[in-house]
Design a protein around this ligand. Sequence first.
Ligand code: GDP
Ligand code: MN
Length: 384
Amino acid sequence: MKIHEYQAKNLFSSYGIPVEKYVLCNVANEAVTAYDGLNMERVVVKAQVLTGGRGKAGGVKLAKNREDVKQYATDILGMSIKEFPVTKIIVSEAVNIGSEYYVSFVIDRNTKSVILMMSAEGGMDIEEVAEHSPEKIHKFAIDPFIGVPDYLARRFAFTIFEEINQVNQLAVILQKLYKLFVDKDASLAEINPLVLTKEGNLIAIDAKMTFDDNALYRQPQIHALFEPTEEEKTEAYAKEKGFSYVHLDGEIGCMVNGAGLAMATMDMIKLYGGTPANFLDIGGSSNPNKVIDAMTLLLKDPKVKVVLINIFGGITRCDDVASGLLTAFEQLKTDIPVIVRLTGTNEKQGRDMLAGTRFKVAETMGEAVQLAVGSNQSTVIKTS
Ligand code: GDP
Ligand code: MN
């Protein structure tokens, strides 16, 4: 789960990590009031969106008077950055930047630990630094039993600073950021840039945090900040219904019992030239309510043109599944083509029950997938 810069800065502040003053605004007029309230000549107007690269997209502007603030606030509130519409901005105290650094704690799967990453070349081009001069990014694996005690914090800080005053400031920031990271079950805590001001102070002028979704149950303060996208809302609905669901970009909606079979179904769709709209494991049982919930979920996606139901009857009997499907579709109002592949216990009875109904019935997986891919193509031709 991601949070906004202003939310991450609130957390930074509560952990004693220095951030500049800022005011959150939803409309341009509030930004002007915020400017008056901050009572400084230069401020920065910044888009609050759950994606990076705002500076390069024109979402960060330095304003020198009320007119600038009004103009930039209006412009930024009217834009979208990487498809995220900007609905909030902050007006923040402008900082006199001496130099920009990069600092982050992140989960590293190679070392199976949290690592600290630091660079003296922070700022908007950090991705290029990482690609073209990776030696300029220092990485340190953190031992969870040791954490970041004073001596390590100073040792790390010396890799980017020489002056003891700066080293000491950074050491404290590293310790606080690590504590915040661990306390809140974060998967990323990033400051880019961490700025050394012309006055000699270190301050976080940007803040980015993401959190481990599996830990949100024990992080109510963080969970409360969750702003789901449409896709995430659908995934939350699926979770509530007890499904394993992942949204994808394709046109063939899949309803499958068992995760392995669901993976194989997606592979086969690709093999025959189609694109799966989702991964969906509805688990065992033939309960019609489950089918209704799963269909409701699939039909929320406007891209879905055909539904492929792939059921392997083990403990679940195919005739039960067939009667569940018939009951469920009596209640569902949709003309969408539905292909059903039933195999396993009582498969013949199941298929016979579905013969001559709204379902197209297939015996093998290959046949079912070809039917789905084919009927999807014919729908495309019809609409064009
Ligand atoms: P990002 O592009 O989404 O990472 O947004 P940032 O918050 O990192 O801002 C992008 C860039 O804007 C920074 O790297 C700075 O160079 C510049 N910037 C941000 N805040 C200030 C500020 O207070 N003063 C000045 N002079 N520049 C700033
Ligand atoms: Mn940044």
